[in-house]
Design a protein around this ligand. Structure first.
Ligand SMILES: [Zn+2]
Length: 266
């Protein structure tokens, strides 16, 4: 498998704490607004898509419906918002957004139905095509509006994360938090040929090992586990980075609003 195809796997935000009661699920449509979430980041596999023709750079919104473009614009407002001092409410998110907007790479944006994804998916990052020259990789960020809207805020069972996803945020700020996580993945991999190569190697190794484990007996399972340690560590490091960035954005957005709330309640 070439690096162009084996990198085409996904990183995602999967919510494990649950989804609040939502309107009756519509059929698998991408226009569904938002379901609830729990919190766990995991790596999932995905099916590579054909690389599209890429005329533009930075964010590409041509895969969004008109309704989803409005949602994207609302996210943009969160990113662009400033505090009383004229500084970005979330400097971390603003920096990532500007990086993506001005990047020579292509970042497609999609909004997806929860019914076509693993349970609890809130966001996904996937590399669709690797530019051998490293100048213009093609990737996609997928947001799942229904899950983001109805995500349950709280720590999941056996949770070890140091922050509570979405705690204290408005609906659109939730989108911004998930976007920050996926943008962190994008920058982490697209700006580093070494990390991109590590990702390709890790996912290739995992795929090869797992595809050959069907007839495994116990000693083979143990060997499989040993050989998976290194590639899984590569993926875990990427998730740890994205979560750390996400946690900072959460604190910036939630913390920025606290003073104004205090003023409103003398
Ligand atoms: Zn992630």
């Amino acid at each position: 498998m070439s690096i162009r195809t084996c990198v085409a796997r996904a990183f995602c935000v999967v919510l494990t704490t649950g989804v609040a009661s939502a309107p009756a699920p519509a059929p698998a449509r991408e226009n569904d607004p938002h379901p609830g979430l729990e919190k766990r980041d995991s790596v999932t596999t995905g099916i590579p898509r054909p690389a599209p023709a890429t005329k533009g750079k930075g964010f590409l919104l041509d895969r969004l419906s008109k309704g989803h473009v409005r949602t994207w614009c609302a996210i943009d407002e969160v990113v662009a918002a400033s505090n009383a001092s004229g500084q970005p409410r979330s400097p971390t998110l603003r920096r990532l957004w500007e990086w993506a907007r001005t990047s020579t790479h292509v970042l497609h944006v999609e909004m997806i139905s929860p019914f076509q994804q693993p349970a609890g998916t809130a966001g996904v990052f996937r590399v669709e095509r690797v530019d051998p020259a490293g100048q213009s990789h093609v990737a996609v960020i997928r947001l799942c509006p229904r899950n983001i809207r109805y995500a349950v805020v709280g720590r999941g069972p056996n949770s070890v994360e140091s922050f509570v996803r979405f705690e204290g945020l408005t609906e659109m700020e939730r989108y911004a938090e998930v976007l920050a996580h996926e943008l962190a993945h994008a920058e982490y991999f697209l700006e580093s040929p070494e990390r991109l190569a590590q990702l390709a190697a890790a996912q290739g190794a995992i795929g090869a090992l797992l595809s050959g484990s069907g007839r495994a007996i116990e000693p083979v399972h143990q060997e499989l586990g040993r050989r998976l340690q290194e590639p899984l560590a590569v993926l875990a490091a990427a998730e740890a980075h994205a979560e750390s960035v996400e946690a900072v954005v959460l604190r910036e957005l939630a913390g920025d609003r606290a003073p104004s709330l205090a003023v409103e309640n003398p």
